[in-house]
Ligand binder design. Structure first.
Ligand SMILES: Cc1cc2nc3c(=O)[nH]c(=O)nc-3n(C[C@H](O)[C@H](O)[C@H](O)COP(=O)(O)O)c2cc1C
Ligand code: SF4
Length: 483
């Protein structure tokens, strides 16, 4: 992962925790209404992909165990990981792309209800993403993948040469020479792996996204409702399709790119279809970015506009993340796909303990506060969820008191200790295992390995019933809190 030049090391510390009485009278542990859904407390576990599904994208026993374990901590809400809405093979990404997935998802809902004694609300994040290929072996790229054109022949002064001769010649060129011959897209495909963009409107499926996506999101949201979820979160953040429509880099010329009004058009049309399908009573919100953190990308003023328009359209909540784009991702190794959390924008999404003068914590708090103010100034009371480097009661309580958000997201802190919420609520914060922000978990995610936390994945491996990762070395869920 990218690291700031200063490389200052930070350690997570908490001076004091509240007693049970203080917790009981806090804002954090007070209820909030989100659309027709009521959260018992203003705590929220944002979506995190743990790679527990299978090649069919089903709810496996490991998926059930993973979320059941989070539910034991009884947070206000859990958002199930990014879940695919297209009925296509998507590796071990969880899917909600046909009605066959509903019974498994129903089991997941029941598990969370039972494990939290009905105290945790459960949402699911719905994602669409475009094709991305692995970085090719250069030999194979020139031998097979690259489509040879007359443009190549022209620049190589090989007019009329047969394809194999052009391929052979390209294979002999160094990097500087290749830059003269290949187009920027071809160079990117060689160096990073081919990746589709929403601006590739010469590809019919991409040109037609405004026609296809509302239906896909609508059908998926309807399945979520059938499965018994309390709501859905539309994934409009990070490196994926809907975020790419919102991005200032979206220059589509068909009315769905260019100005902010055109860029938000499809996200609003998707929401409108989802609303029509699930009805006014079913909570629907979205996750989007307070800032893309990439050159030429959308910034805070775009986010304020988007938030206000989402609120105006009737979204029930707005959850904000930050960064996490392909645009500045590191070059992957040959055979690997680019990962959108390896550049500076990725750092801003999941900052690690090696940081700059600002430090790794709360980097998203002020931008989200600005977004919330814009929404309030426009006259909307839509609840806003913040996240990023929040691990202590004091941090969370302060930002709620200062009205910087309405709900507080704890992603890695909940991964480090799923019992954070119960421990703090009961006045036993000293027992919390604090996240180190080491990003060991994120490193596993990058390799699509089962995500665990270094604070507990080697503990009590011999416990009866402990399920191990496929590497046989790590437990898959945190040991039970014997509090
Ligand atoms: C392993 C892992 C998987 C993640 N998967 C998702 C995801 O599916 N959808 C999403 O919106 N964010 C995802 N995130 C980002 C988190 O939801 C969160 O925004 C980020 O970790 C910053 O919050 P934190 O500092 O509380 O961890 C993931 C983060 C981690 C560590
Ligand atoms: S591995 Fe654990 S301690 Fe490290 S960042 Fe992830 S959740 Fe935090």
């Amino acid at each position: 992962m990218w690291k700031p030049a200063d490389r200052i090391k930070y350690q997570t510390e908490v001076a004091s925790w509240p007693d049970a009485q203080r917790a009981a009278t806090s804002r954090l542990f007070s209820p909030i209404v989100i659309g027709s859904m009521s959260l018992e407390q203003r705590t929220w576990i944002p979506a995190m992909v743990p790679w527990r599904s299978n090649e069919q994208g089903e709810v496996t026993q490991d998926v059930i165990d993973w979320y059941g374990r989070f539910a034991e901590g009884k947070p206000g809400a859990i958002v199930i990981e990014a879940t695919g809405i297209r009925d296509i093979p998507s590796g071990p990404l969880l899917r909600i792309s046909n009605d066959g997935y509903v019974p498994g998802l129903q089991r997941l809902v029941e598990t969370v209800r039972e494990a939290s004694n009905g105290r945790t609300r459960l949402l699911i994040q719905l994602i669409d993403f475009l094709n991305i290929r692995r970085r090719p072996d250069p030999v194979k790229y020139f031998e097979r993948f690259l489509a040879i054109t007359d443009q190549h022949r022209e620049v190589l002064a090989m007019r009329g040469a047969d394809e194999s001769a052009v391929r052979a010649k390209l294979g002999q060129l160094d990097d500087c020479e290749l830059e003269q011959v290949l187009s920027p897209e071809e160079l990117e495909a060689l160096r990073f792996g081919y990746r589709e963009r929403v601006t590739d409107t010469h590809i019919p499926a991409i040109a037609e996204l405004p026609e296809t996506l509302p239906g896909l999101f609508g059908a998926a949201a309807n399945r979520a409702k059938q499965a018994g979820f309390d709501g859905v979160e539309l994934h409009y953040a990070h490196a994926y399709t809907m975020s790419s429509f919102l991005s200032a880099t979206n220059t589509r010329a068909d009315g769905y790119g260019g100005s902010v009004v055109e860029r938000i058009r499809l996200p609003l049309e998707v929401f409108s279809r989802v609303r029509d399908v699930v009805g006014a009573e079913f909570p629907v919100g979205c996750r989007f970015l307070s800032d893309e953190i990439v050159e030429g990308g959308s910034g805070l003023s775009d986010a304020c506009f988007f938030a206000t328009e989402f609120a105006r359209a009737g979204m029930d909540f707005l959850s904000l993340s930050r960064g996490g784009k392909f645009d500045d991702a590191k070059q992957p190794k040959v055979g690997w796909a680019a990962y959108p959390y390896t550049g500076r924008s990725g750092y801003e999404c999941m900052p690690s303990y090696i940081s700059d003068a600002q430090g790794p914590w709360e980097r998203n708090v002020e931008p989200v506060a600005a977004v919330r103010s814009a929404v309030r100034d426009a006259g909307f009371a839509t609840p806003v969820v913040t996240a990023g480097g929040i691990y202590s009661f004091d941090q969370a309580e302060r930002l709620l008191e200062e009205e910087k958000a309405d709900v507080v997201g704890f992603a890695r802190q909940a991964l480090a200790d799923p019992d954070w919420f119960e421990k703090v609520r009961r006045g036993r914060g000293e027992e919390v295992m604090l996240c180190r922000y080491s990003n060991y978990c994120e490193g596993l995610d990058q390799k699509h390995k089962q995500v665990t936390c270094e604070l507990w994945d080697r503990d009590e491996l011999g416990d009866p019933g402990t399920v191990l990762a496929t590497d046989g070395k790590r437990r898959l869920t945190a040991p039970a809190w014997r509090g």
